[in-house]
Design a protein around this ligand. Structure first.
Ligand SMILES: [Zn+2]
Length: 392
């Protein structure tokens, strides 16, 4: 992985925030590190004598974030929140907002408390493909330990307050100088330093290590798919295209990797093993619809919706059920279709899927792809913060 930091460009940064914007944009430029709103960064600074955490605001992408995209929150208020026994994510968001010194700034990232308890000026967080690929495999725990012996490794916990609380508890007796970063299983990676360049470079170096591990043990041969692919989508029935409404958008993906993915054995099991990093579930749902040659399409759609409704009923308390149609479809020996209500939504799903299918193919070479379980998937997909948006 290329380190994009340029001392010459960094010289144009006249403040800590400028520098934070600069290295955040560098992280965002690499879609194997973060995709569409994924990841977050922060810098701790002093304003009018008070310690302030400037953390990525929600709604901003790292690739294009500007100074006004960072939410300024009182550091002490965030650190105090980490000590609470319980805090709902809704209350966390409200308390974070109260502690902002500029109420016109965007809402702070839900990971703000976590950024606050890391005692370094610059904190960088990504969902690096290479790291989550290793983590989302059967021997993920051992392999992550092998690749990252100097990192604090955290078992999977839902993002938001309980993740911050978990890291607060696990780091109570930790000498922060003794670790190079944090790995969040099935989720991503944190690096930090008092120097922006070093924090960013630690991220690049760590992800490079993960990439080298995959190159050694999970190198893909994408040529490896049956040459006799189905030529026409009509063979599957055109009705799937309008599944998200009559003005919906579908993107046909017949890249080499999409074809490879769609021509695997036991496709219905193979392709339905969960998301690469938890927040993807909000875009893609947990699993695609898989259609095999000769399937009764209407019947398969019905089965997909029924299975989604069963999953919802199994875990739901008072949540509102989301659309039970799939957001992507794997067509055997053809490729992949991403479905969105708008072009933008379809593009985002298509991008996420391209990264996910590569990770699944690679993780299988490490013993088998394994994502978060159904309960954790549900908790993320029906996160109260997402449900609040629907209920209001
Ligand atoms: Zn994250």
């Amino acid at each position: 992985m290329k380190n994009l930091y340029s001392d010459l460009d960094a010289k144009n940064c006249t403040s800590e925030i400028d520098l934070r914007v600069y290295t955040s944009n560098l992280l965002g430029q690499d879609d194997t590190l973060v995709l569409h709103g994924g990841g977050n960064t922060s810098v701790k600074s002093v304003v009018n004598g008070k310690d302030i955490l400037f953390v990525k605001g929600s709604g901003w992408d790292l690739v294009s974030i500007k100074a006004e995209g960072f939410a300024p929150v009182e550091l002490k208020a965030l650190k105090d929140m980490a000590k609470l026994d319980f805090l709902s994510d809704t209350d966390m968001v409200a308390k974070q907002k109260e502690a902002m010194i500029d109420k016109t700034a965007p809402n702070p990232s839900v990971e703000a408390i976590l950024h606050a308890i890391i005692p370094f000026k610059f904190v960088d967080h990504t969902h690096a493909d290479a790291v989550v690929t290793i983590s989302n495999s059967k021997d993920g725990i051992q392999n992550i330990q092998k690749v990252f012996p100097t990192f604090l490794i955290i078992p999977y916990v839902m993002p938001g307050f309980i993740l911050a609380q978990k890291i607060y508890e696990m780091s109570k007796n930790l000498d922060w100088n003794s670790i190079d970063g944090i790995i969040l299983h099935n989720h991503g990676i944190f690096t930090f330093d008092n120097n922006a360049k070093i924090s960013y470079s630690k991220m690049i170096d760590a992800v490079t290590k993960a990439e080298e591990f995959l190159d050694k043990f999970a190198k893909l041969n994408l040529q490896d798919y049956p040459k006799k692919m189905i030529k026409n989508i009509i063979d599957f029935g055109i009705e799937i295209i309008n599944m998200k409404g009559s003005n919906s958008i579908s993107i046909k993906n017949q890249s080499q990797i999409a074809k490879n993915f769609a021509s695997q054995k036991d496709l219905k099991t193979f392709a339905t093993r969960g998301v690469l990093t938890p927040e993807h579930i909000l875009r893609t749902k947990r699993v695609p619809l898989v259609l095999k040659e000769g399937d009764d399409i209407q019947n398969e759609i019905k089965k997909y919706k029924k299975s989604y409704e069963d999953y919802f009923k199994k875990f739901a308390k008072d949540e509102i059920m989301l659309d039970s149609n799939p957001n992507w479809i794997v067509l055997e020996n053809f490729g992949i279709i991403s479905l969105g209500k708008t072009q933008k939504e379809a593009n985002i799903i298509n991008d996420i899927i391209n990264h996910t299918i590569k990770a699944i193919l690679q993780a299988d070479m490490l013993g088998g792809y394994q994502s978060i379980n159904l309960q954790d998937s549900f908790n993320m997909e029906y996160w109260e913060l997402e449900q609040n948006k629907l209920k209001s």
